[in-house]
Design a protein around this ligand. Structure first.
Ligand SMILES: *Cc1c(COP(=O)(O)O)cnc(C)c1O
Length: 446
């Protein structure tokens, strides 16, 4: 039967069967809305992103002081946008046959200051917002115009030492929250899932955070942390499964990318579409960035998520309409993947439904292919990314060569503008991976 003649219900059934069988899939979201309508019905707005950005700027003098590595960006946590022409050529070679047209770029959040992953955006933002709220409540800061470097002073540190900060994580969010929290002097407790890497735990301990190891999955580590924090009035929990603060911290990235594209004279309009490919775990980071980009570029930006075939929790939630009421384990998948930042069985409790009207689609990828991309990127561009981040490289490949995406381009009148497109692979992590682990990953063949 022709794919065109299948009803959307039948298509959904075929997709769900493939997902259940851990087969790689490509999905164009039939419920994506006209951007103006999606913006209108959204409970968060551009002004929420603007105030989050203003908050990051208020904290920039403090960040410069606490983390001298942020000095050259004036205390703002952001990353370079680089072109990756050799990767593009290799992906377009007959072996892979990606057929990418336009420019292929990478947003190197892998190299973000402090935490070396996209979590430095959301995680640090939420810690700073909490610290600001406490400091204003307790008279350490008089108002938002006060000198934020006071927060590194003796009075503030003494106060923060009486306060707890907790988070549940597969690793990277723990690093961002743990390092930032400990740097301010909070008692910082990181609940790590069983798949969290040893080096991340060791790094956190060296910065003064307490690491509690849980045998179970990411969801169980989050639940354990949430319960422990709830029982303690002096404790604040950064909840990766439901936090709007994290989400807005990620969304700020869109403002920074806009400025960067302008500086590089890269147009984004009807004739120059922008495609952004984001690895997705619980959904906060890719959801927040997508939300920000859609506010700023509207229908001219096309955002896609990429998830591992064993942990496609966001796609499963969206396809079934059950969002966080279904887990990948419910359909017989393991939730296990070498892409530890994406090893999430159940999505965020708000991102799926919230981002659905904005999202262009999703792809899933097998671990074996993630490692192929990891090696290829290293060989071609000398850039090392952790496996989770490499999943995003599958985005432009699918966009160029899949029949489902040909249809997406047709439906969105993109066909004749694809030669002018800019594709951005959101490189979400990798710079803090220790040398010997890097060598192991680069030698690994699945
Ligand atoms: C956390 C993470 C992601 C995905 O972010 P979510 O908010 O969990 O969807 C992607 N890549 C890396 C490296 C991460 O650490």
């Amino acid at each position: 039967m022709e794919i065109d003649s299948l009803s959307s219900l039948e298509r959904r059934e075929i997709l769900l069967t493939d997902i259940r069988n851990a087969i790689e899939v490509e999905w164009a979201n039939p419920l994506k809305m006209n951007n103006d309508d999606a913006v209108l019905r959204s409970s968060l707005t551009l002004s929420d992103i603007d105030s989050a950005y203003a908050r990051m700027r208020r904290f920039s003098p403090l960040l410069r002081q606490l983390f001298p590595e942020t000095e050259y960006r004036n205390g703002i946590i952001d990353s370079d946008l680089v072109e990756v022409p050799r990767l593009k050529e290799a992906l377009n070679s007959p072996r892979i046959g990606a057929n990418i047209t336009g420019r292929l770029m990478m947003k190197l959040d892998s190299h973000l200051a402090v935490a070396g992953s996209v979590k430095a955006r959301g995680g640090i933002y939420e810690v700073l917002k909490h610290a600001e709220t406490l400091a204003v409540e307790h008279g350490i800061l008089e108002n938002f115009e006060d000198d934020y470097c006071k927060l590194a002073g003796a009075e503030a540190r003494k106060f923060f030492a009486s306060q707890k900060l907790q988070v549940g994580s597969t690793g990277n969010l723990g690093l961002a929250v743990g390092i930032m929290g400990a740097a301010l002097g909070f008692q910082t407790i990181v609940h790590m899932s069983g798949d969290a890497k040893e080096w991340k735990k060791a790094l956190l301990r060296s910065r003064g955070a307490v690491v509690l190891e849980h045998a179970g999955s990411y969801s169980e580590a989050v639940e354990a942390g949430r319960l422990e924090s709830k029982a303690d009035a002096s404790s604040y929990f950064v909840d990766d499964e439901s936090s709007q603060e994290l989400f807005l911290g990620y969304a700020v990235a869109a403002k920074m990318l806009t400025a960067q594209l302008q500086r590089e004279k890269i147009a984004v309009d009807k004739q120059h579409p922008l495609f952004v490919y984001l690895p997705c775990g619980v959904g906060g980071a890719p959801g927040g960035i997508t939300f920000g980009l859609k506010q700023l570029f509207g229908e001219h930006v096309h955002c896609f998520f990429v998830e591992p075939t064993q942990a496609p929790c966001m796609l499963l939630g969206m396809l079934t309409g059950l969002f966080n009421n279904i887990s990948v384990q419910d359909i017989g998948l393991s939730g296990n993947t070498q892409a530890d930042g994406l090893a999430v069985g159940r999505p965020s409790d708000f991102v799926g439904e919230f981002i659905m009207p904005f999202l262009s689609g999703s792809f899933t990828i097998k671990d074996k292919r993630i490692f192929d991309y990891l090696h290829l990127l290293w060989e071609q561009e000398g850039i090392f990314l952790e496996p989770s981040a490499c999943a995003a490289i599958h985005g432009p490949v699918c966009m160029g060569r899949s029949a489902v995406m040909d249809e997406y381009k047709y439906d969105n009148n993109l066909g004749r503008y694809m030669a002018n497109a800019t594709h951005i692979i959101w490189a979400t992590g990798g710079n803090l991976v220790p040398e010997e682990i890097r060598a192991q990953l680069l030698a690994k063949k699945l």
